[in-house]
Design a protein around this ligand. Sequence first.
Ligand code: ATP
Length: 245
Amino acid sequence: MAGAALEIRDLSAGYGPVRALRHVSLTLPEGAVVAVLGSNGAGKSTLLRAISRTLSFHGGAVTGGSVALGGLPLTGLTPDRVVAAGLCQVPEGRQVFARMTVADNLRAGALGATGNRAAQTAALRRVHELFPVLAERAGQRAGLLSGGEQQMLAVARALMAGPRMLLLDEPSLGLAPLMAQRIAETITEINAQGTAVLLVEQNAAIALRLASHAYVLDVGEVVLSGPADELAASDEVRRRYLGVV
Ligand code: ATP
């Protein structure tokens, strides 16, 4: 296994009496795309929040297990330290700063970066190449962008911190099929440039196409995992998550 893998072992988490994750173990190898599937309430967002150490902002807490990036334990770090360690989350529902301009949203993303000014200029060039529309709309308020463009901005903002790993929470949610496809292509491109991606998706068809490996969460537990092509061929996944009867 590559040195900088994200290793999650036996992770449990919840919100007061609600046990949202139970003994979840998962590996994201360096440079890979790994998908996490599951229906509403399965615990997907909780998993990402537990990794990025933002669970307490939602009234939750990790109750057991470990998360480590390249051997460095993340459990116990503050969210900004997790970003500095190379791991960035794009939350569900985009959450761009609506009243700020596109350019200022991107600048905000660079605040967590450890890189110098030259690294930030290079990061900005990279996101403008990936999403030319963000260069065209640099001076516009982010709230005026379309849903798809806001998703692009949310991903681009995370990339400004120069992460080794990106945690993506439902990037295709609420987008028209063409825009969802466009986002999927960008994820492939970002990964090809060397960033590993942990992709949480309800759209299993997209996720299994992008990922090499996938995990299925159900009521907080991993109930299936394996190579994405094997899961895509499994009767249970086809029936429950791909809508094939
Ligand atoms: P969705 O796609 O609907 O976001 P999910 O798979 O991401 O689903 P989670 O949002 O992680 O699932 O929810 C897992 C469980 O934790 C559910 O039972 C949910 O009701 C509960 N939960 C999630 N967020 C909170 C919260 N802030 N406070 C209390 N319970 C929560």
